[in-house]
Design a protein around this ligand. Structure first.
Ligand SMILES: Cc1cc2nc3c(=O)[nH]c(=O)nc-3n(C[C@H](O)[C@H](O)[C@H](O)COP(=O)(O)OP(=O)(O)OC[C@H]3O[C@@H](n4cnc5c(N)ncnc54)[C@H](O)[C@@H]3O)c2cc1C
Length: 385
Protein backbone atom coordinates (compact mmCIF):
# COMPACT_ATOMS: atom_id res chain seq x y z
CA UNK A 1 0.00 0.00 0.00
CA UNK A 2 1.35 3.43 -0.93
CA UNK A 3 0.57 6.50 1.15
CA UNK A 4 -1.34 9.32 -0.49
CA UNK A 5 0.07 12.79 -1.09
CA UNK A 6 -2.52 14.10 1.41
CA UNK A 7 -1.28 11.76 4.15
CA UNK A 8 2.36 12.53 3.36
CA UNK A 9 1.78 16.28 3.63
CA UNK A 10 -0.26 16.15 6.85
CA UNK A 11 -0.10 13.23 9.31
CA UNK A 12 3.26 12.04 7.98
CA UNK A 13 4.89 15.41 7.30
CA UNK A 14 8.39 16.33 8.47
CA UNK A 15 8.56 17.49 12.10
CA UNK A 16 11.21 19.45 13.96
CA UNK A 17 11.09 16.89 16.76
CA UNK A 18 9.90 13.30 16.80
CA UNK A 19 9.58 11.67 20.21
CA UNK A 20 9.30 7.88 20.43
CA UNK A 21 7.14 6.79 23.39
CA UNK A 22 4.08 8.49 24.91
CA UNK A 23 4.75 7.59 28.54
CA UNK A 24 5.54 10.24 31.15
CA UNK A 25 9.03 10.92 29.77
CA UNK A 26 7.76 11.42 26.20
CA UNK A 27 4.86 13.62 27.32
CA UNK A 28 6.96 15.84 29.60
CA UNK A 29 9.60 16.21 26.87
CA UNK A 30 6.87 17.26 24.42
CA UNK A 31 5.53 19.74 27.00
CA UNK A 32 8.98 21.28 27.58
CA UNK A 33 9.77 21.48 23.85
CA UNK A 34 6.53 23.32 23.14
CA UNK A 35 7.12 25.67 26.08
CA UNK A 36 10.64 26.54 24.94
CA UNK A 37 10.06 26.41 21.17
CA UNK A 38 6.35 27.06 20.57
CA UNK A 39 6.86 27.54 16.83
CA UNK A 40 8.51 24.11 16.34
CA UNK A 41 6.51 21.04 15.33
CA UNK A 42 6.48 18.03 17.66
CA UNK A 43 5.17 14.53 16.94
CA UNK A 44 4.98 11.70 19.47
CA UNK A 45 5.00 8.15 18.07
CA UNK A 46 3.61 5.50 20.42
CA UNK A 47 3.64 1.85 19.47
CA UNK A 48 0.59 0.90 21.49
CA UNK A 49 -2.98 2.21 21.37
CA UNK A 50 -2.32 3.84 24.78
CA UNK A 51 1.12 4.15 26.43
CA UNK A 52 2.19 0.67 27.58
CA UNK A 53 5.26 0.46 29.74
CA UNK A 54 5.34 1.82 33.26
CA UNK A 55 3.51 5.16 33.25
CA UNK A 56 -0.09 3.89 33.42
CA UNK A 57 0.81 0.67 35.24
CA UNK A 58 2.61 1.99 38.33
CA UNK A 59 1.55 2.64 41.92
CA UNK A 60 0.89 6.39 41.73
CA UNK A 61 3.35 7.54 44.39
CA UNK A 62 4.62 11.10 44.00
CA UNK A 63 7.69 10.32 46.03
CA UNK A 64 11.32 11.18 46.44
CA UNK A 65 12.43 8.07 48.31
CA UNK A 66 12.37 6.43 51.70
CA UNK A 67 15.12 6.77 54.34
CA UNK A 68 16.60 3.27 53.88
CA UNK A 69 16.59 3.72 50.11
CA UNK A 70 18.30 7.12 50.29
CA UNK A 71 20.89 5.83 52.77
CA UNK A 72 21.54 2.88 50.46
CA UNK A 73 21.96 5.28 47.50
CA UNK A 74 24.26 7.50 49.54
CA UNK A 75 26.40 4.51 50.46
CA UNK A 76 26.53 3.36 46.82
CA UNK A 77 26.76 6.66 44.95
CA UNK A 78 27.88 9.27 47.45
CA UNK A 79 26.13 12.15 49.15
CA UNK A 80 26.14 14.55 46.22
CA UNK A 81 24.56 12.17 43.71
CA UNK A 82 21.91 11.01 46.17
CA UNK A 83 21.01 14.64 46.96
CA UNK A 84 20.84 15.60 43.30
CA UNK A 85 18.34 12.82 42.55
CA UNK A 86 16.25 13.77 45.57
CA UNK A 87 16.25 17.36 44.35
CA UNK A 88 15.04 16.26 40.90
CA UNK A 89 12.19 14.33 42.50
CA UNK A 90 11.26 17.15 44.87
CA UNK A 91 11.16 19.68 42.04
CA UNK A 92 9.29 17.19 39.86
CA UNK A 93 6.46 16.92 42.38
CA UNK A 94 6.27 20.72 42.59
CA UNK A 95 6.11 20.92 38.81
CA UNK A 96 3.27 18.40 38.57
CA UNK A 97 1.31 20.50 41.08
CA UNK A 98 1.97 23.70 39.13
CA UNK A 99 1.15 22.23 35.71
CA UNK A 100 -1.97 20.15 36.28
CA UNK A 101 -5.07 20.72 38.41
CA UNK A 102 -4.88 18.59 41.53
CA UNK A 103 -8.50 17.49 41.14
CA UNK A 104 -7.88 16.29 37.56
CA UNK A 105 -5.15 13.88 38.65
CA UNK A 106 -6.51 13.12 42.16
CA UNK A 107 -3.39 14.60 43.75
CA UNK A 108 -3.54 13.78 47.45
CA UNK A 109 -1.11 15.33 49.96
CA UNK A 110 -1.54 12.26 52.13
CA UNK A 111 2.08 11.97 53.30
CA UNK A 112 4.38 8.98 52.92
CA UNK A 113 5.75 6.46 55.41
CA UNK A 114 8.48 3.87 55.63
CA UNK A 115 7.77 0.71 57.61
CA UNK A 116 10.74 -0.85 59.36
CA UNK A 117 11.35 -4.35 60.69
CA UNK A 118 14.45 -5.27 62.66
CA UNK A 119 15.01 -8.42 60.53
CA UNK A 120 15.51 -6.27 57.42
CA UNK A 121 16.95 -3.03 58.82
CA UNK A 122 19.46 -2.32 61.55
CA UNK A 123 17.12 -0.11 63.58
CA UNK A 124 19.68 1.38 65.93
CA UNK A 125 22.03 2.44 63.13
CA UNK A 126 19.02 3.93 61.27
CA UNK A 127 18.13 5.87 64.44
CA UNK A 128 21.70 7.14 64.53
CA UNK A 129 21.82 8.13 60.87
CA UNK A 130 18.42 9.76 60.43
CA UNK A 131 19.36 13.17 61.95
CA UNK A 132 22.33 13.46 59.57
CA UNK A 133 20.13 12.47 56.61
CA UNK A 134 17.55 15.08 57.67
CA UNK A 135 20.33 17.68 57.84
CA UNK A 136 21.37 16.92 54.27
CA UNK A 137 17.78 16.90 52.97
CA UNK A 138 17.04 20.28 54.52
CA UNK A 139 18.93 21.89 51.62
CA UNK A 140 16.34 20.36 49.26
CA UNK A 141 13.08 20.39 51.21
CA UNK A 142 13.72 23.38 53.48
CA UNK A 143 12.44 21.21 56.33
CA UNK A 144 14.75 20.19 59.20
CA UNK A 145 12.59 17.10 59.83
CA UNK A 146 11.92 15.69 56.37
CA UNK A 147 11.71 12.27 58.02
CA UNK A 148 10.21 11.91 61.51
CA UNK A 149 9.61 8.83 63.64
CA UNK A 150 5.92 8.10 64.22
CA UNK A 151 5.84 4.49 65.52
CA UNK A 152 2.60 5.09 67.40
CA UNK A 153 0.74 5.46 64.08
CA UNK A 154 1.35 1.82 63.06
CA UNK A 155 -1.75 0.89 65.06
CA UNK A 156 -3.79 3.77 63.69
CA UNK A 157 -3.16 2.48 60.13
CA UNK A 158 -3.97 -1.12 61.10
CA UNK A 159 -0.43 -2.31 60.23
CA UNK A 160 1.02 -5.50 61.70
CA UNK A 161 4.47 -6.99 62.14
CA UNK A 162 6.50 -3.80 61.77
CA UNK A 163 8.81 -2.43 64.48
CA UNK A 164 8.89 1.24 63.52
CA UNK A 165 7.40 3.85 61.19
CA UNK A 166 8.92 7.02 59.69
CA UNK A 167 6.81 9.80 58.20
CA UNK A 168 7.59 12.10 55.29
CA UNK A 169 4.96 14.82 54.98
CA UNK A 170 6.12 15.94 51.54
CA UNK A 171 5.18 12.71 49.81
CA UNK A 172 1.86 12.39 47.98
CA UNK A 173 -0.32 10.07 45.95
CA UNK A 174 -1.97 10.61 42.58
CA UNK A 175 -3.98 8.80 39.91
CA UNK A 176 -1.46 7.53 37.34
CA UNK A 177 -3.99 7.01 34.56
CA UNK A 178 -5.41 10.50 34.97
CA UNK A 179 -1.91 12.00 35.13
CA UNK A 180 -0.98 10.51 31.73
CA UNK A 181 -4.44 11.21 30.27
CA UNK A 182 -4.46 14.87 31.33
CA UNK A 183 -0.83 15.44 30.33
CA UNK A 184 -1.70 13.99 26.90
CA UNK A 185 -4.61 16.41 26.57
CA UNK A 186 -2.41 19.29 27.70
CA UNK A 187 0.29 18.66 25.08
CA UNK A 188 -2.37 18.17 22.41
CA UNK A 189 -3.74 21.61 23.30
CA UNK A 190 -0.17 22.87 22.76
CA UNK A 191 -0.38 21.39 19.21
CA UNK A 192 1.72 18.32 19.79
CA UNK A 193 0.61 15.56 17.36
CA UNK A 194 0.42 11.96 18.53
CA UNK A 195 0.35 8.85 16.34
CA UNK A 196 -0.53 5.69 18.25
CA UNK A 197 -0.12 2.12 17.03
CA UNK A 198 3.10 3.11 15.26
CA UNK A 199 6.42 1.57 16.28
CA UNK A 200 9.85 3.10 15.70
CA UNK A 201 12.11 0.39 14.24
CA UNK A 202 15.32 2.19 13.34
CA UNK A 203 16.62 5.43 11.88
CA UNK A 204 19.30 6.78 9.60
CA UNK A 205 20.81 10.16 8.91
CA UNK A 206 20.01 12.01 5.72
CA UNK A 207 21.71 15.43 5.46
CA UNK A 208 20.25 17.44 8.31
CA UNK A 209 17.29 15.09 8.85
CA UNK A 210 16.85 11.96 10.82
CA UNK A 211 14.86 9.46 8.78
CA UNK A 212 12.77 7.48 11.27
CA UNK A 213 11.60 4.09 10.00
CA UNK A 214 8.39 2.92 11.60
CA UNK A 215 5.85 0.14 11.21
CA UNK A 216 2.12 0.15 11.84
CA UNK A 217 -0.82 -2.10 11.20
CA UNK A 218 -3.10 -1.02 8.38
CA UNK A 219 -6.53 -2.68 8.12
CA UNK A 220 -6.75 -6.11 9.72
CA UNK A 221 -3.19 -7.20 10.33
CA UNK A 222 -1.56 -5.74 7.22
CA UNK A 223 1.82 -4.43 8.49
CA UNK A 224 3.03 -1.29 6.72
CA UNK A 225 6.33 0.57 6.88
CA UNK A 226 6.75 4.29 6.75
CA UNK A 227 9.67 6.64 6.91
CA UNK A 228 9.15 9.93 8.75
CA UNK A 229 11.53 12.88 8.72
CA UNK A 230 12.59 14.77 11.83
CA UNK A 231 15.11 17.44 12.70
CA UNK A 232 15.82 15.58 15.94
CA UNK A 233 14.69 12.25 17.33
CA UNK A 234 14.22 11.74 21.07
CA UNK A 235 13.84 8.19 22.37
CA UNK A 236 11.59 8.02 25.43
CA UNK A 237 11.11 4.29 25.10
CA UNK A 238 12.55 3.45 28.53
CA UNK A 239 12.93 -0.31 29.15
CA UNK A 240 12.33 -1.01 25.46
CA UNK A 241 15.11 1.28 24.19
CA UNK A 242 17.80 -1.39 23.82
CA UNK A 243 15.59 -3.15 21.23
CA UNK A 244 16.03 -0.22 18.83
CA UNK A 245 19.30 1.24 20.17
CA UNK A 246 21.39 -1.73 21.41
CA UNK A 247 24.27 0.60 22.31
CA UNK A 248 22.03 2.21 24.98
CA UNK A 249 21.83 -0.19 27.91
CA UNK A 250 18.62 -0.08 29.94
CA UNK A 251 17.78 -3.15 32.00
CA UNK A 252 14.08 -4.01 32.17
CA UNK A 253 12.56 -4.65 35.59
CA UNK A 254 9.03 -5.96 35.90
CA UNK A 255 6.91 -4.58 38.71
CA UNK A 256 3.75 -6.43 39.73
CA UNK A 257 0.77 -4.92 41.50
CA UNK A 258 -2.38 -6.20 43.19
CA UNK A 259 -5.45 -4.22 44.30
CA UNK A 260 -8.06 -5.49 46.76
CA UNK A 261 -11.81 -5.12 46.71
CA UNK A 262 -13.27 -2.20 48.68
CA UNK A 263 -12.76 -2.77 52.40
CA UNK A 264 -15.28 -1.33 54.86
CA UNK A 265 -13.52 0.55 57.66
CA UNK A 266 -10.07 0.45 56.04
CA UNK A 267 -7.65 2.29 58.33
CA UNK A 268 -4.75 2.61 55.88
CA UNK A 269 -4.22 6.15 54.58
CA UNK A 270 -1.17 7.36 52.66
CA UNK A 271 1.73 5.90 50.70
CA UNK A 272 3.99 3.33 52.37
CA UNK A 273 7.41 1.88 51.54
CA UNK A 274 9.21 -1.10 52.98
CA UNK A 275 12.64 -2.68 52.48
CA UNK A 276 14.43 0.10 50.53
CA UNK A 277 11.30 0.62 48.44
CA UNK A 278 11.13 -2.98 47.17
CA UNK A 279 7.60 -3.13 48.60
CA UNK A 280 5.13 -0.27 48.29
CA UNK A 281 1.50 0.04 49.24
CA UNK A 282 -1.18 2.70 49.61
CA UNK A 283 -4.89 3.12 49.99
CA UNK A 284 -6.88 3.73 46.84
CA UNK A 285 -10.08 5.03 48.40
CA UNK A 286 -11.18 2.00 50.42
CA UNK A 287 -9.00 -0.44 48.52
CA UNK A 288 -5.38 -1.43 49.16
CA UNK A 289 -2.87 -1.28 46.32
CA UNK A 290 0.31 -3.29 46.91
CA UNK A 291 3.24 -3.77 44.57
CA UNK A 292 6.83 -4.93 44.51
CA UNK A 293 8.60 -7.99 45.83
CA UNK A 294 10.89 -7.96 42.78
CA UNK A 295 13.86 -8.72 45.03
CA UNK A 296 12.35 -12.18 45.70
CA UNK A 297 13.11 -13.23 42.12
CA UNK A 298 15.48 -10.71 40.53
CA UNK A 299 16.44 -12.85 37.54
CA UNK A 300 12.86 -13.76 36.58
CA UNK A 301 11.75 -10.15 36.99
CA UNK A 302 14.49 -8.80 34.71
CA UNK A 303 12.15 -9.09 31.76
CA UNK A 304 10.10 -7.12 29.25
CA UNK A 305 7.19 -9.55 29.55
CA UNK A 306 3.93 -8.14 30.93
CA UNK A 307 2.84 -11.51 32.38
CA UNK A 308 2.31 -11.94 36.12
CA UNK A 309 4.32 -14.64 37.91
CA UNK A 310 3.11 -17.00 40.65
CA UNK A 311 6.15 -16.41 42.83
CA UNK A 312 5.62 -12.64 43.06
CA UNK A 313 1.81 -12.80 43.17
CA UNK A 314 1.99 -15.29 46.07
CA UNK A 315 4.55 -13.13 47.85
CA UNK A 316 2.35 -10.02 47.46
CA UNK A 317 -0.68 -11.88 48.82
CA UNK A 318 1.37 -13.16 51.77
CA UNK A 319 2.67 -9.66 52.54
CA UNK A 320 -0.83 -8.20 52.23
CA UNK A 321 -2.49 -10.64 54.60
CA UNK A 322 0.37 -10.64 57.11
CA UNK A 323 1.18 -6.92 57.34
CA UNK A 324 -1.60 -4.76 55.91
CA UNK A 325 -4.97 -6.47 55.72
CA UNK A 326 -5.14 -9.01 58.53
CA UNK A 327 -8.61 -8.92 60.05
CA UNK A 328 -10.30 -7.56 56.91
CA UNK A 329 -12.45 -9.46 54.41
CA UNK A 330 -11.33 -8.83 50.85
CA UNK A 331 -10.72 -10.34 47.45
CA UNK A 332 -8.05 -9.39 44.92
CA UNK A 333 -9.86 -7.43 42.21
CA UNK A 334 -6.93 -6.35 40.01
CA UNK A 335 -3.53 -7.80 39.14
CA UNK A 336 -1.18 -6.25 36.59
CA UNK A 337 2.45 -5.71 35.74
CA UNK A 338 4.45 -2.87 34.23
CA UNK A 339 8.02 -2.62 33.01
CA UNK A 340 10.56 -0.22 34.52
CA UNK A 341 13.95 0.79 33.12
CA UNK A 342 17.08 0.48 35.29
CA UNK A 343 20.70 1.59 35.04
CA UNK A 344 23.67 0.12 36.92
CA UNK A 345 24.32 3.40 38.74
CA UNK A 346 20.61 3.92 39.64
CA UNK A 347 20.74 7.31 37.91
CA UNK A 348 18.21 8.51 35.32
CA UNK A 349 19.73 8.87 31.89
CA UNK A 350 19.54 11.94 29.63
CA UNK A 351 21.97 11.39 26.80
CA UNK A 352 22.96 12.46 23.31
CA UNK A 353 23.18 9.11 21.55
CA UNK A 354 24.49 10.45 18.26
CA UNK A 355 24.03 13.55 16.11
CA UNK A 356 20.38 14.69 16.41
CA UNK A 357 19.35 11.64 18.44
CA UNK A 358 18.78 11.79 22.20
CA UNK A 359 17.45 9.49 24.92
CA UNK A 360 15.54 10.21 28.13
CA UNK A 361 15.19 6.91 29.95
CA UNK A 362 15.76 4.82 33.06
CA UNK A 363 13.98 6.43 35.97
CA UNK A 364 14.84 3.38 38.07
CA UNK A 365 11.26 3.03 39.31
CA UNK A 366 10.80 6.71 40.23
CA UNK A 367 9.57 8.32 37.03
CA UNK A 368 6.44 10.05 38.31
CA UNK A 369 8.51 12.67 40.10
CA UNK A 370 11.65 12.46 37.95
CA UNK A 371 10.35 12.83 34.39
CA UNK A 372 9.19 16.48 34.62
CA UNK A 373 12.72 17.57 35.58
CA UNK A 374 14.49 15.16 33.21
CA UNK A 375 12.53 16.74 30.36
CA UNK A 376 13.72 20.21 31.42
CA UNK A 377 17.34 19.01 31.47
CA UNK A 378 17.03 17.48 28.01
CA UNK A 379 15.62 20.66 26.51
CA UNK A 380 18.37 22.74 28.14
CA UNK A 381 20.90 20.35 26.58
CA UNK A 382 19.23 20.79 23.17
CA UNK A 383 19.38 24.59 23.54
CA UNK A 384 23.08 24.41 24.36
CA UNK A 385 23.92 22.24 21.31
C1 LIG B 1 4.59 -1.63 39.04
C2 LIG B 1 5.26 -0.28 38.96
C3 LIG B 1 5.11 0.61 40.02
C4 LIG B 1 5.72 1.87 39.96
N1 LIG B 1 5.43 2.79 40.93
C5 LIG B 1 5.92 4.04 40.82
C6 LIG B 1 5.52 5.03 41.74
O1 LIG B 1 4.67 4.80 42.59
N2 LIG B 1 6.11 6.27 41.65
C7 LIG B 1 7.03 6.54 40.67
O2 LIG B 1 7.57 7.64 40.67
N3 LIG B 1 7.35 5.64 39.75
C8 LIG B 1 6.81 4.41 39.79
N4 LIG B 1 7.12 3.49 38.83
C9 LIG B 1 8.04 3.87 37.76
C10 LIG B 1 7.40 4.84 36.77
O3 LIG B 1 6.14 4.38 36.38
C11 LIG B 1 8.35 4.95 35.56
O4 LIG B 1 9.62 5.38 36.03
C12 LIG B 1 7.85 5.93 34.52
O5 LIG B 1 6.52 5.69 34.19
C13 LIG B 1 8.72 5.82 33.28
O6 LIG B 1 8.15 6.58 32.26
P1 LIG B 1 8.73 6.46 30.78
O7 LIG B 1 7.93 7.36 29.94
O8 LIG B 1 10.20 6.62 30.81
O9 LIG B 1 8.50 4.92 30.37
P2 LIG B 1 7.17 4.16 29.92
O10 LIG B 1 6.01 4.58 30.69
O11 LIG B 1 7.53 2.72 29.94
O12 LIG B 1 6.96 4.66 28.43
C14 LIG B 1 7.69 4.16 27.34
C15 LIG B 1 6.72 4.14 26.15
O13 LIG B 1 7.46 3.86 24.96
C16 LIG B 1 6.64 3.06 24.13
N5 LIG B 1 7.51 2.38 23.17
C17 LIG B 1 8.42 1.41 23.43
N6 LIG B 1 9.09 1.08 22.31
C18 LIG B 1 8.59 1.85 21.32
C19 LIG B 1 8.89 1.99 19.93
N7 LIG B 1 9.83 1.23 19.35
N8 LIG B 1 8.19 2.88 19.19
C20 LIG B 1 7.23 3.65 19.78
N9 LIG B 1 6.90 3.57 21.09
C21 LIG B 1 7.59 2.69 21.85
C22 LIG B 1 5.93 2.12 25.10
O14 LIG B 1 4.78 1.56 24.53
C23 LIG B 1 5.66 3.05 26.27
O15 LIG B 1 4.38 3.64 26.17
C24 LIG B 1 6.53 2.22 38.84
C25 LIG B 1 6.67 1.33 37.79
C26 LIG B 1 6.03 0.08 37.84
C27 LIG B 1 6.17 -0.86 36.66
Amino acid sequence: MQISIWEKQSFFSRRDFIIAGAGLAGLWVAYELKKKFPEKSVLIIERNIIPAGASTRNAGFACFGSPTELLHDMHLLGEETMLQTVEFRYKGIEKIKQTLAGTDIEFDDCGGYECITRGITDLSSLQEMLPALNNLLQTVTGNSQTFAWCNQRLKEFGLNGFDALIENKAEAALHSGKLVYNLTRLVQRMHVDILTGVSVKHWSHNNSHVEVDCSYTFVEGNVQHISLLAGQLILCTNAFTSAIAPQHKVAPGRGQVIVTSEIAGLMLKGTFHYDEGFYYFRNLGNRILLGGGRNKAFDEETTNSFDESDIIQDELERFLSQHIASGYNYTIDYRWSGIMGFTDNRQPCIKKLEKNVYTVTSCNGMGVALTPVMAEKLVTQLQEN
